[in-house]
Design a protein. Structure first.
Length: 340
């Protein structure tokens, strides 16, 4: 595996426990930790990452992802600058359209035009420039122009935008060869529009991961994830893997949504109305990293060959830490270290 391997740590526990989890990820050989931002679901992402920075030495840390809808661009720039000071050269600012941060408070996901404008403001502030905020012009004291900004995207327009304006892109469509190839094509178009090539960007692929020797039995846990993708405009991508499904925009009884449901067993049961066991297995095989450690490592090599520079693993769950996944995948990280 020549790519950097990361792990997603949702900020679902007291900050000291989160910092301890990051420290364990570093001990096990992970290269990166990515923390999501959703103010009602988890602890504050910038406070969490600062605590993680102070407990680690090598690990690269990133937001996956924050947004410029619930957070003003000046707040994003200040928070990012603060974490970067705690982890010099080890912090990446990942930004997306909002999703689980905006919907529970009645806001809409960031439009492409607003994402472009507000990310431009974040970059200008980090670079020390004055920014026009309507009635006033302001600047950030103690800026950090070297801080990399990544954009998370799955749709074609935002993938092109990421290729055009970002230092890297976080691909949210898993490891499906068809969607990965299509996504990288859109990113390449954006990079070329700004006079760059795909080689000038970091390509981060996120994927749900579970170490198992019985995919058929364990794939059922993915039903809410698969349903959530269908809800968010991903039905066409799912169809490429033979999963033809339409899911209502809102599924009553699952709080706050299908992907982050607090009662996961109930979410699996409810989403079984649309996602069959066979569909869940196809989803696990096509879009996720489900299998033995050897099988997962081989899939990661394929993703790297397709153009990814980084892969970060997500466990199925929002309110527990992925210690089981980290420990079970650790032998693959150790084997990679020995090979290097």
């Amino acid at each position: 595996m020549s790519v950097r391997i990361g792990i997603r740590l949702p900020a679902c526990r007291p900050v000291d426990q989160l910092a301890q989890a990051a420290q364990r990820a570093e001990e096990l050989g992970f290269d990166e930790v990515w923390v999501p931002d959703s103010q009602l679901l988890w602890r504050d992402v910038f406070a969490t990452l600062t605590a993680m920075a102070l407990r680690t030495e090598r690990l690269r840390l990133g937001t996956a992802v924050t947004n410029v809808e619930t957070r003003h661009p000046s707040v994003v720039a200040s928070g990012a600058r603060t974490v970067a000071e705690a982890a010099p050269g080890r912090f990446v600012l990942g930004v997306g359209v909002g999703n689980s941060a905006v919907e529970p408070v009645g806001l809409r996901s960031t439009t492409q035009a607003n994402l472009r404008e507000r990310l431009g403001q974040v970059r200008d502030l980090l670079g020390g420039a004055e920014v026009d905020f309507g009635p006033v012009r302001s600047r950030l004291r103690d800026p950090n122009a070297e801080l990399p900004v990544f954009v998370a995207a799955s749709g074609p327009k935002n993938l092109r935008l990421a290729g055009e304006i970002a230092d890297g892109v976080i691909l949210l469509s898993g490891v499906s060869p068809a969607t990965l190839t299509a996504g990288l094509g859109r990113v390449r178009e954006g990079a070329q529009a700004s006079g760059r090539s795909l080689a000038d960007l970091e390509i981060v692929v996120s994927a749900y991961c579970h170490v198992t020797d019985d995919i058929e039995a364990d794939a059922r846990m993915l039903k809410p994830i698969c349903a959530g993708i269908a809800q968010k405009g991903g039905a066409a991508a799912l169809a490429l893997a033979g999963i033809d499904v339409q899911v209502p925009p809102v599924v009553p009884g699952l709080y706050p949504d299908t992907v982050h449901a607090e009662d996961w067993a109930e979410a699996v049961r409810v989403c079984g109305q649309w996602i069959t066991d066979e569909m869940a297995v196809r989803f696990a095989q096509a879009f996720c990293l489900f299998g033995t450690t050897a099988q997962i490592a081989a899939r990661i090599d394929e993703v790297a060959a397709a153009g990814a520079t980084n892969v970060f693993l997500q466990h199925v769950g929002s309110y527990d830490l992925p210690y089981e996944l980290m420990e079970s995948f650790a032998p693959s990280l150790a084997a990679r270290t020995r090979a290097a």
